[in-house]
Design a protein around this ligand. Structure first.
Ligand SMILES: Cc1cc2nc3c(=O)[nH]c(=O)nc-3n(C[C@H](O)[C@H](O)[C@H](O)COP(=O)(O)O)c2cc1C
Length: 384
């Protein structure tokens, strides 16, 4: 059995394998509510054999959404439609997970595929259009580009609210039935803005030294861990490096990871970037060294970014660079990637068990006829 398809247990949650669907914004909610789109979009990854399926960046407050189409968990009404999704993912054998997020100064941006606020009045009414002034560590706009708005700097009570909002959203995520929560500390969003000198010019105890810049993420983590059940794992996604001159570095992340571990974080989901001037060159498995560096801080990591080859995924685990392999676009392209990767790494009868029972025997029989999936050509197939 490959490592990729051996189970992993964190706290009291066991993942059937080490594949994970990374969070992916769908910009398809109205008023922050999950709907049929999200159920089918996420459900197909559970049917496709992934060990963990993570719901997209979910706003802990309305002003923390990247766009008006983001998912939210800032009020009780958000729980029921998310609970339906968590239940389905679980019934299909995947661990239901959710990313809790605040976009900071990168909030209130246009829906990704529109590229601008070009909604007609009819569309504004239909899609529950909203725009607002974002908040941030400092009143510095993300970039002088269309789509970004100059933010207001958070004061002490605004910071307190951010911490409370993360904790309240985590408590709701538990009630919705999620077994993993991930704090979004990456991609140039609010918590990353506090970490990075590229966005944080504060002179209070949330700015200046690295210790001060880490403070908000650590306080959010403590508040979330306090309400998130002790038997459930907590992940943090980091931009392990901003990849921009003068920004947050890998070395900073190693220090931060140890602090997060001390506060009950179980895994760091290792991404990068989110600010202007990003200079890493995307290519196959390009972020794996980031996961490997953070893993040296002594806690499990997920590697993500242009991973699609099952053998490559297996060697990342075998060489001790990461503990979990996350896919985003690869999963959109092939929602059955986990099933296919299992057959590629562990050909034969047993791998068919990762498919839903409605499909497994039929596909196994087809593959026996075809002489694929580890079966010799012409293997006899019982009728039925
Ligand atoms: C459609 C789409 C939406 C995304 N939304 C999120 C998100 O909500 N939260 C997040 O942390 N990353 C988000 N990402 C980044 C992915 O989680 C992932 O880190 C990135 O796409 C690299 O992995 P890949 O090469 O397997 O796609 C998104 C990526 C895509 C393609």
């Amino acid at each position: 059995m490959s490592r990729l398809f051996s189970p992993l247990t964190l706290r009291s949650v066991t993942f059937r394998n080490r594949t994970m669907v990374a969070p992916m914004c769908q910009y398809s909610s109205q008023h922050g509510l999950a709907n049929e789109w999200h159920l089918v979009h996420l459900g197909r990854f559970a049917l496709g054999g992934f060990g963990l399926v993570m719901v997209e960046a979910t706003g802990v407050s309305p002003e923390g959404r990247i766009s008006y189409g983001d998912m939210g968990l800032w009020e009780e009404a958000h729980i029921a439609p998310l609970a339906r999704i968590a239940k389905f993912l679980k019934e299909q054998g995947a661990v239901p997970a959710i990313q809790l997020a605040h976009a900071g100064r990168k909030a209130s941006t246009p829906i990704a595929w529109r590229g601008a606020f070009n909604e007609t009045d009819d569309e504004k009414a239909r899609y529950a259009f909203e725009s607002w002034t974002p908040v941030a560590p400092s009143a510095h706009i993300h970039a002088d580009k269309p789509g970004f708005t100059a933010p207001e700097a958070l004061d002490a009570s605004g910071i307190r609210k951010v911490i409370d909002d993360f904790a309240s959203a985590a408590a709701r995520a538990h009630r919705a039935g999620f077994d993993v929560a991930e704090i979004h500390g990456a991609h140039g969003y609010l918590l990353n803005q506090f970490l990075s000198p590229l966005a944080n010019a504060r002179s209070d105890h949330y700015g200046g030294s690295r210790e001060n810049r880490m403070r908000l993420l650590l306080e959010v983590t403590e508040a979330v861990r306090a309400v998130w059940p002790a038997d459930k794992p907590l992940f943090v996604r980091l931009s392990v490096t901003d990849g921009s001159p003068g920004g947050w570095s890998i070395e900073d992340s190693v220090v931060l990871a140890a602090e997060l571990k001390a506060r009950g974080v179980d895994l760091i989901d290792c991404s990068s970037g989110g600010f202007e001037g990003y200079a890493l060159k995307p290519g196959p498995q390009y972020q794996v060294p980031l996961a490997a560096a953070v893993r040296k801080a002594g806690l499990p990591t997920a590697a993500v970014g242009l991973i699609s080859d099952p053998q490559a995924a297996e060697s990342i685990l075998a060489s001790g660079e990461a503990d979990v392999i996350a896919l985003a676009r690869g999963a959109l392209d092939d929602p059955n990637w986990a099933v296919h990767a299992h057959l590629a790494l562990d050909p034969g009868e047993a791998s068919y068990g990762l498919m839903p029972r409605q499909a497994s025997a039929r596909l196994r029989d087809r593959d026996r006829h075809m002489g694929i999936g580890g079966f010799a050509k012409g293997t006899s197939v019982p009728k039925g």
